[in-house]
Design a protein around this ligand. Structure first.
Ligand SMILES: C[S@@+](CC[C@H](N)C(=O)[O-])C[C@H]1O[C@@H](n2cnc3c(N)ncnc32)[C@H](O)[C@@H]1O
Length: 296
């Protein structure tokens, strides 16, 4: 099965350079407010797709267990260093295009700042829908091509691409901004019903961020976020989408993996590997991280 290329964060210092030292306390706090309003209060098993270094993971504390999935093993190592090894967190290195889980395993999922890297967003959303139970909630963040800055740049001829058309714009290799209407339609096609929308980062302006303390600016952002129900002109949009229209699947005990190559389940867990009895492939389990990117 061929899948689109992956934006590889191996050895990236993204968490440190972009968040911890990148002057983004406002964006981080604004995202926390959006998540607080959109997340279910509790749940059993959450899938965090493109979890990175686990910046958002503590915000999902209402869930009993959280599976952090990321293509980059080094990002997961950073997450593990922050969150520790315990039964609460399961670390899985895998390609989001080939999720290594059985159908309907999760009763919650998030994907924050990761759709941004997906050349085939509808495929990612369909794959996410596959592993979610009926009525479960998916919180998705996407980068909005129809944001105020890009509209102004387009009007004043500082930018060639139109913010009003539905196709994604790849402004840097494997970095995409999306039209909100297109994302809402892809979600519906994948089997989700959009329940709530929040616009986030209304005040992403250097001068404002320098003048106003991040917490105040984020609180103000929080007041404006519900306007996302009617229009979306911010660079970031959060959506709560409910998985609908699938038959109930009896709950699994624990994490039920599925072979990303042949699709067989159940797999057999050994001390240092997970084996597929159907195709014979084995996937590494080392230092608390499952690695389904390729067979051993
Ligand atoms: C911009 S970071 C966001 C990390 C985290 N969600 C946050 O908001 O701090 C994007 C993450 O998506 C991951 N990613 C990109 N493409 C992926 C893919 N095809 N499968 C799984 N993870 C992927 C990257 O490794 C990276 O950690």
């Amino acid at each position: 099965m061929t899948t689109p290329p992956v934006c590889d964060y191996t050895d990236s210092d993204y968490q440190t350079s972009f968040w911890d030292q990148g002057g983004r306390a406002y964006e981080d706090a604004a995202e926390a407010i959006a998540l607080k309003h959109l997340l279910p209060k509790s749940g059993k098993l959450m899938l965090e797709i493109g979890a990175g270094a686990g910046r958002n993971t503590p915000r999902y504390a209402g869930f009993e267990r959280i599976v952090l999935l990321d293509y980059s093993r080094t990002q997961l190592e950073q997450a593990q260093a922050r969150l520790g090894r315990s039964d609460k967190y399961v670390y899985v290195a895998a390609d989001a295009y080939r999720l290594p889980f059985v159908d309907g395993l999760f009763d919650g999922a998030t994907m924050i700042r990761a759709l941004h890297h997906m050349a085939d967003a509808p495929k990612i959303l369909a794959g996410t829908a596959r592993v979610m139970q009926n009525d479960s909630m998916f919180i998705l963040e996407f980068a909005n091509k129809k944001n105020l800055k890009s509209i102004l740049r387009f009007i004043f001829r500082r930018q060639e691409w139109s913010p009003f058309t539905r196709e994604p714009v790849e402004f840097v290799k494997l970095n995409f901004d999306f039209h909100p209407r297109a994302v809402f339609d892809w979600l519906a096609e994948a089997g989700f019903s959009v329940e709530a929308r929040r616009t986030v980062s209304h005040f992403r302006l250097g001068l404002l961020k320098r003048l106003v303390p991040a917490k105040w600016l984020a609180a103000l952002d929080g007041l404006f976020q519900p306007t996302g129900e009617w229009f979306q002109f911010t660079p970031s949009v959060f959506v709560r989408a409910k998985r609908v229209g699938r038959n109930a699947i009896p709950p699994y005990n624990g994490i039920a993996f599925r072979c990303p190559e042949c699709g067989h389940s159940p797999l057999v867990e050994k001390e240092t590997r997970v084996e597929c009895p159907s195709c014979g492939r084995a996937y590494e389990f080392r230092d608390g991280i499952y690695d389904f990117r390729q067979a051993m």
